[in-house]
Design a protein. Structure first.
Length: 227
């Protein structure tokens, strides 16, 4: 990957596109703006890129997800849509990370970073595999897939995950620790016998003592490699 990750921003609204490009530039990303799906697809074929940020309509109806997958099956994608369209959101989540409007700068940048890390062959940030450690997410029995000092990836039932608010609680009953997290992304879990959903979240606004207990939980997880 280049020193400055190259991100295609395919959005129909010029103000939204310019705002996102400015946010990305502050974190030293190269944002390439395209106002329609056709020109975005042409750019994707013409030059290498590290991430696609696209409007949900461009991504699904106009085929940008398919174009991206043809170029690179593991290419990370962030899709921006309206939470008032749950069917479209659920369809998108099977292929990409999803963000609902209105957007927040911190959430967008965090999602972009997580998406890029997901697309790398080797992670730079350490994340301990939890081997489906039992957890309770907003009262719904769930599993922790992996965890770090600053975030967690969860697997839960599709029904429970679809109702997750932007901020929610994750409790680990075995050790009695509970943290507040911010939902960053959600997608359908691959190759599951029953419908399930993965969710990535970042710790948010916890007391120092609570974060210390969470770090203690992460420390106790066996080191079985990173991914």
């Amino acid at each position: 990957m280049a020193a400055c990750p190259r991100i295609i921003v395919a959005l129909p609204n010029a103000v939204e596109s310019a705002t996102i490009a400015a946010w990305l530039a502050t974190d030293r990303f190269e944002a390439v703006r395209r106002a329609d799906a056709r020109s975005a697809a042409g750019e994707m074929h013409a030059r290498d890129f590290d991430l696609l940020v696209a409007d949900a309509t461009f991504a699904m109806r106009d085929g940008l997800v398919a174009v991206s997958r043809q170029r690179n099956p593991s290419m990370p994608i962030v899709v921006i849509g309206n939470d008032a369209e749950p069917d479209l959101r659920d369809a998108v989540s099977r292929h990409a990370m999803y963000l609902g409007r209105p957007l927040e700068r911190a959430t967008l940048l965090c999602t972009v970073m997580m998406a890029i890390m997901e697309g790398r062959p080797t992670r730079r940030s350490e994340r301990k595999i939890a081997n489906r450690f039992d957890a309770v997410v907003n009262g719904v029995p769930s599993h922790i897939i992996d965890a770090s000092y600053h975030g967690v990836r969860l697997q839960m039932s599709g029904r429970g995950a679809s109702a997750l608010p932007p901020y929610f609680s994750v409790r680990v009953p075995l050790i009695g620790v509970a943290v507040t997290v911010q939902r960053i992304w959600a997608r359908s879990a691959p190759s599951q016998a029953t419908p399930a959903l993965w969710c990535g979240a970042a710790l948010s606004a916890n007391r120092p003592a609570t974060e210390q207990r969470w770090r203690g939980f992460v420390d106790m997880l066996p080191v079985v490699g990173s991914r």
